[in-house]
Design a binder for this molecule. Structure first.
Ligand code: ZN
Length: 68
């Protein structure tokens, strides 16, 4: 089967019997990312996780304000 990367429109051929192809067929709304884009997203996600405590702090502060 052929799959198109949702980010860069790069078309890749997947072995119909591969685990990835089966997963894509089972979950039709799952977006396909080519390896290049996947690594880019993965990197961004890790960066976001690294600064995650900052967002948690902001959220907590907002909740505290609610009691005043
Ligand atoms: Zn891509």
């Amino acid at each position: 089967m052929q799959v198109k990367c949702v980010l860069c429109d790069h078309i890749e051929g997947l072995d119909d019997h591969s685990l990835r192809a089966k997963r894509l067929r089972n979950r039709r709304n799952q977006m396909y990312l080519c390896e290049k884009c996947y690594k880019r997203i993965d990197y961004k996600t890790k960066q976001r996780q690294a600064t995650g405590h900052f967002h948690l702090y902001k959220k907590k502060k907002k909740e505290d304000d609610h009691y005043f």
